[in-house]
Ligand binder design. Structure first.
Ligand code: AOF
Ligand code: ZN
Length: 399
C-alpha cells in the first residue's frame, strides 16, 4: 500500500498540466479511426522523464494506457505517473481493463482529464484509488471533455453535435456570383476539411450547394482514411437534386436526402432509382424544418454532423441556434457586388452581436475562439464554439 494513499491529492503543477495536454494531443491521432469511441492519449513520466507514450489507435484495439505501457517496456513504468486524457476504464470490454494494466505495471499516480461516463467502463478512478494509487481527476470540465470528444460526450437525444464550416471572402461572400462554383479558399483548407470529415458521422450540404458545386462529400484528401466513412447527406426540401449529380455516383455508396412532402413524387422516385435514400421530414413551403430533421438524424444513430453550407442552410442552423462548433475559413479575396453573401440580409448574424471571446477566456454565453486562428496556405482558419448558458445544458438528459 502506498503510504501517500488516502491523503488529499497535491495540486497539479505546470508540468502535470503539460503532460496532460500532451496526452490530449496524442489522443487526437485517433481522429477518424476510433469513433464513436473516444480519442484517448497517455503519457508515462518517471523522475521527470517521459518513459512511454501511447494512444488509442484503432476502434476495438488496445487502449492508450496499454500502448504507453508497452512503449515503456517491462518494468519501465514502475513508480511512474500516468497522464491519461480519459479516466482509465475498469471494464472488460474488447480489451482488458486499463485499471488492472496500470496497477500491474506499478504505476504510482494517475492524473486523468475527462470522467468516463460509461456505466461499465467508468469509475476506474475510484478503483485505482482503492488499490492504493494516487488519483487526480477529473481535471477537465464537462465542456472541455465535450470539446475533445464530441461524439462520445454529446448526450442530447434531440440532435447530433453540429459543426458548421463556411469558406468566406473578406467581404463575407461564399461565391463570386450566384449559381457559380467558386473555390473561395485554397488547397490547404480543402485538406483540413477532408481531415475533419474523416472523424464525423455525417457530412451535409444544402440542395443549392449540391447543384452548383456538384461535390462528392467523400474523404479523398488529407492524412486520415476514415474507419467508417461519413454518411453523405443533402437537405433538399423539394427534391431538386439533379439525377446526374456526382453525389449519386453509385461507386461512392448511397447519398441520404432529407426532403419534405413538397417534393414531386416523380422526382423522388427518379432519385431513389439512382440509389438515393430519401427521408421525408417535416417542413414548410418546401423547406426542411431543421429541428425535426436533426432529431430524425440523431435517432438514426448520427451523433456528429459536419455541415458544409451553403449559405441558406448555414443561416437556418445558426438562426435556430443549432451550431456547436463553427469553422470560418476566410480567404484574402474580395468578390464585390455580385458576391453571394454568406449571411444574406444579416441572417444568422444576431448570434454574433457580441464579440467572440478570445482563446482561454471563460465566457458563459456567446461564441468563443477555442483555438487561436491559424494560417492555412493564404487563408485564415478560425474555430469558434457556442457557449450556452447552464440552463440549456441541463435540458439535455443523458441517454
Ligand atoms: C481507456 N483508455 O484508451 C480508451 C477508453 O470496447 P472497448 O473495450 O475498446 O472499450 C471502449 C470504452 O472504453 C469506451 O466506450 C470508453 O468508455 C473507454 N475508452 N478507456 O481507459 C482508452 N479508448
Ligand atoms: Zn481502457
Amino acid at each position: 500500500m502506498d503510504p501517500e494513499a488516502g491523503r488529499p491529492p497535491e495540486p497539479l503543477t505546470d508540468a502535470d498540466h503539460r503532460y496532460l495536454a500532451r496526452a490530449v494531443e496524442l489522443g487526437r491521432r485517433g481522429w477518424g479511426r476510433v469513433h464513436p469511441n473516444p480519442m484517448v492519449g497517455c503519457v508515462l513520466v518517471r523522475d521527470g522523464q517521459v518513459v512511454g507514450e501511447g494512444w488509442h489507435r484503432e476502434w476495438g484495439g488496445p487502449h492508450a494506457e496499454v500502448n504507453a505501457l508497452a512503449a515503456a517496456g517491462p518494468d519501465g513504468a514502475r513508480g511512474a505517473t500516468a497522464y491519461v486524457s480519459l479516466e482509465p476504464c475498469r471494464h472488460e470490454g474488447k480489451t482488458p481493463p486499463c485499471t488492472r494494466a496500470l496497477e500491474a505495471a506499478g504505476v504510482r499516480r494517475v492524473v486523468y482529464g475527462a470522467r468516463d461516463p460509461g456505466r461499465h467502463s467508468g469509475g476506474g478512478g475510484e478503483e485505482l484509488a482503492r488499490a492504493g494509487i494516487q488519483v487526480v481527476g477529473p481535471v477537465f470540465s464537462e465542456a472541455q471533455a465535450l470539446r475533445e470528444n464530441p461524439g462520445f460526450f454529446h448526450r442530447s437525444p434531440a440532435r447530433p453535435w453540429i459543426c458548421l464550416k463556411l469558406a468566406l471572402s473578406l467581404d463575407g461572400a461564399i461565391a463570386a456570383a450566384r449559381g457559380e462554383r467558386t473555390a473561395v479558399t485554397g488547397p490547404e483548407v480543402q485538406v483540413e476539411v477532408h481531415r475533419l470529415r474523416a472523424g464525423m458521422d455525417a457530412v451535409m450540404v444544402g440542395a443549392r450547394t449540391a447543384r452548383v458545386d456538384d461535390p462528392l462529400l467523400t474523404v479523398r484528401l488529407g492524412p486520415v482514411a476514415p474507419r467508417v466513412p461519413p454518411v453523405r447527406m443533402v437537405v433538399d426540401g423539394r427534391g431538386t437534386l439533379p439525377p446526374d449529380s456526382r453525389l449519386l455516383d453509385p461507386e461512392e455508396g448511397p447519398v441520404h436526402l432529407l426532403t419534405t412532402a413538397a417534393a414531386p413524387p416523380g422526382q423522388v422516385a427518379a432519385l431513389e432509382a439512382r440509389g438515393a435514400r430519401v427521408t421525408v421530414v417535416p417542413g414548410r413551403e418546401g423547406r426542411v424544418a431543421p429541428g425535426p430533421a436533426l432529431h430524425v438524424l440523431r435517432a438514426s444513430g448520427i451523433r456528429t454532423l459536419l455541415c458544409e453550407g451553403g449559405g441558406r442552410l448555414a443561416a437556418a442552423l445558426l438562426e435556430a441556434d443549432l451550431v456547436d462548433r463553427l469553422h470560418l475559413a476566410v480567404a484574402p479575396r474580395f468578390f464585390g457586388e455580385g458576391g453571394v453573401p454568406a449571411f444574406p440580409r444579416g441572417r444568422g448574424l444576431p448570434l454574433f452581436q457580441a464579440l467572440p471571446a478570445p482563446p482561454g477566456s471563460r465566457a458563459r454565453e456567446g461564441w468563443a475562439f477555442v483555438e487561436a486562428p491559424r494560417l492555412l496556405g493564404s487563408d485564415v482558419w478560425m474555430t469558434l464554439e457556442r457557449i450556452r448558458g447552464r440552463r440549456e445544458e441541463e435540458q439535455d438528459p443523458p441517454e
